[in-house]
Design a protein around this ligand. Structure first.
Ligand SMILES: CC(C)(COP(=O)(O)OP(=O)(O)OC[C@H]1O[C@@H](n2cnc3c(N)ncnc32)[C@H](O)[C@@H]1OP(=O)(O)O)[C@@H](O)C(=O)NCCC(=O)NCCS
Length: 186
């Protein structure tokens, strides 16, 4: 069972995203209410990192002075590609580049501890994931970010924040990195 967080945390804390490091980050209490995402961080993440199939980033409180900081949220990034015909025509022509399949970055998992949900931190986590993906795209070409939503509730969360559903897989969504960059400039 997840330990409650201290009462002083009733407001959204000041948070920061860091590359996951088991020696610096405490995941023992982490629970987001979605069993597969809890099982992933506790039991499967290490294997995926060793296999180089995913890398994880974690959300921690900036002010957490503990030697091993408690993880409030996490996401993973992996390389990915998809067929151009899965995307909307307006994006295919304007934002997804000249090649098919389209080079992309996958946010494989994204989850926030239940004690922190519903106060804007999920959006912070998503924006952090998009910023990391943007940084990766400076090293290895990618024109879009993809998410695999576990359920309709998650899909509407991503859609609400600018993702578009693939034409053939409605729980898989994408956003062109260029439209994310334009949003940052606006
Ligand atoms: C998905 C998750 C990260 C969202 O985090 P959250 O803290 O609940 O959401 P936030 O408080 O940051 O959301 C704020 C904004 O998103 C909107 N939003 C949240 N959930 C939404 C949903 N299901 N559909 C549409 N909009 C949603 C809010 O209305 C708000 O919008 P606004 O800024 O325009 O007012 C979190 O609920 C979670 O970890 N859930 C369990 C794991 C999971 O399902 N992950 C998705 C895996 S694919």
């Amino acid at each position: 069972m997840t330990e409650p967080f201290p009462d002083e945390l009733t407001d959204a804390p000041s948070v920061v995203v860091e590359r996951f490091d088991r020696s610096l980050h405490d995941i023992s209490h982490f629970s987001c209410g979605e069993p597969s995402l809890d099982a992933y961080i506790h039991r499967m993440l290490e294997r995926d990192e060793l296999d180089r199939t995913a890398v994880a980033y974690v959300l921690v409180r900036r002010t957490d002075a503990a030697p091993v900081r408690r993880v409030l949220g996490y996401f993973t990034l992996s390389s990915y590609s998809f067929s151009k015909r899965q995307a909307r025509r307006r994006d295919r022509d304007r934002y997804l580049g000249a090649y098919d399949p389209v080079p992309a970055i996958l946010i494989g998992r994204l989850a926030l501890d239940t004690n922190y949900q519903g106060r804007g931190l999920g959006v912070e986590l998503l924006v952090a994931a998009l910023n990391e993906a943007l940084a990766v795209s400076q090293q290895l070409g990618a024109t879009a970010v993809v998410v695999h939503a576990l359920h309709e509730h998650a899909a509407t969360f991503y859609q609400h924040h600018g993702f578009t559903r693939f034409r053939d897989m409605l729980n898989h969504l994408y956003v062109p990195l260029e439209t994310f960059v334009q949003g940052l400039r606006a």
